[in-house]
Design a protein around this ligand. Structure first.
Ligand SMILES: Cc1cc2nc3c(=O)[nH]c(=O)nc-3n(C[C@H](O)[C@H](O)[C@H](O)COP(=O)(O)OP(=O)(O)OC[C@H]3O[C@@H](n4cnc5c(N)ncnc54)[C@H](O)[C@@H]3O)c2cc1C
Length: 402
């Protein structure tokens, strides 16, 4: 019998398994997909060009643990000087339009981060209280939808402010050399023979000091299990209060698409769609790929566009140079429809701020919980939050088993 079964080989599960193995425990990791990384997924162009990210996009902050985990020289700062545009009322404009005669979304987000006394308010109601109206409010609401993958009417203003304050990764944005997928690959080093890829856990049975999981290959038992699956991917066998916590932690919708065209982009551009159809669209000078990262309602709109003419029309609005280009390939990562993700990531919901704490709470010192959702409203639900949750769960398991 193993000491610990870890369910899920994303950033949190791999970090947890790695730390427990280092302490000499016999760990087995069950992963539903045929690959490690979960919501970290890199697209590598066939000609060896620069990779694009279909899941986690950038490493946030110069003190993010990802830098150390990858080793020196494996991350590089994302250039700040990139042409940035918006699409507003169906027309492409310079990004500067967002801060001319109105407060820019990032300015209002910074105000929220520093604001005490927002308890009980949704982000939308907080914005109304700040006197945000008209085109300013439309842009800010869409900004929050895209950054938090949730409806601002439901987003907890206090949870978002607290999550920003709880994040200690510093400044700047960084790309991983060779793609973000290098991180899970790196974390999985040394777990050879203990990784069961393509083996979803279908259900679990537990009693204090013993847990048994069932997969299509049979059953396996251990003294403890760490569940890192997103709450919406509920594994049968958990107590009812866990299922209730999971219901209060819905992940927001997300869909990412890489479209390879028959011609290269003339310029490196990032476009934010204030109208709410495409989220963020990027292209790089000299490269034929366009990446669309859409969340909340924009994810639904991107999904509905499919891979044909409706998608080309969306692209042409954001990036006029794509009009008339032939689409050679479309690669979709539809996180909202993915049975092993069921969404992009977890934002704190107004009135349900305690859900993450309930989801994270161990059961009988036998079932432990990690994953970005366990930090919702206390830290940012990004890779650093997932890694930290895996470390916290490893400490809890060590304390329980020794
Ligand atoms: C579109 C998008 C953009 C993002 N942008 C950023 C960003 O720029 N920067 C950043 O830091 N973060 C970003 N994130 C968030 C980041 O990807 C996540 O916070 C992080 O990857 C979550 O890791 P995790 O281990 O908690 O979950 P996951 O990566 O989802 O890992 C859980 C694992 O459990 C597996 N699983 C599910 N069900 C079962 C089962 N029944 N049995 C066995 N295994 C199962 C899944 O396949 C998965 O591998 C983004 C996410 C998305 C979707």
């Amino acid at each position: 019998m193993a000491d610990v079964i870890v369910v899920g080989a994303g950033a949190s599960g791999l970090n947890c398994a790695r730390l427990l193995s280092r302490e000499g425990l016999h760990v087995v990791v069950y992963e539903a997909r045929a690959r490690v990384g979960g919501r970290i997924r890199t697209f590598q162009p066939a000609d060896g060009g620069p990779p694009l990210e279909l899941g986690a996009q950038v490493v946030h902050g110069d003190r993010n643990p990802v830098h150390e985990l990858l080793g020196p020289g494996r991350t590089r700062a994302v250039p700040r000087r990139v042409t940035a545009r918006i699409v507003e009322d169906g027309t492409a404009r310079e990004m500067g339009a967002l801060s001319s005669g109105r407060r820019a979304p990032w300015q209002l987000e910074a105000v929220l981060q520093r604001s005490p006394g927002v308890t009980g308010l949704s982000v939308a109601s907080w914005l109304r209280a700040c006197g945000s109206t008209g085109t300013e409010s439309t842009a800010v609401l869409e900004w929050f939808r895209q950054n938090w993958a949730a409806d601002p009417e439901e987003l907890s203003a206090a949870g978002i402010a607290r999550a920003h304050r709880g994040d200690t990764v510093g400044e700047g944005e960084f790309a991983v050399e060779g793609g973000f997928a290098r991180l899970p690959e790196r974390l999985a080093e040394g777990l050879d023979g203990r990784l069961r890829l393509g083996e979803p856990v279908r259900e679990l049975v537990y009693e204090p000091g013993r847990v048994t999981v069932r997969t299509d290959a049979g059953t396996a038992s251990a003294r403890a299990a760490v569940l890192t699956v997103p709450p919406a991917v509920l594994i049968p066998g958990l107590p009812a209060w866990k299922a209730a916590a999971a219901t209060d932690l819905p992940a927001g919708d997300g869909c990412c698409v890489v479209i390879t065209l028959d011609r290269p982009a003339p310029d490196t551009v990032i476009v934010f769609d204030v109208d709410g159809s495409t989220g963020f669209t990027r292209c790089a000078a000299g490269r034929p790929e366009v990446l669309v990262v859409a969340k909340a309602d924009a994810a639904a709109s991107l999904r509905a566009a499919g891979t044909g003419t409706a998608l080309s029309a969306l692209l042409a609005t954001a990036l006029p140079w794509t009009a008339g280009a032939a689409v050679l390939e479309v690669v979709v990562a539809d996180w909202g429809q993915d049975p092993y993700a069921r969404g992009a990531f977890t934002a704190p919901r107004a009135g349900r701020e305690d859900a993450a704490r309930r989801w994270a709470e161990p059961v009988d010192d036998t079932l432990f919980f990690a994953g970005e959702a366990t930090v919702a409203g206390e830290q940012l639900p990004w890779v650093q939050g997932a890694l930290a949750s895996g470390e916290r769960a490893a400490e809890q398991v060590l304390k329980a088993l020794r």
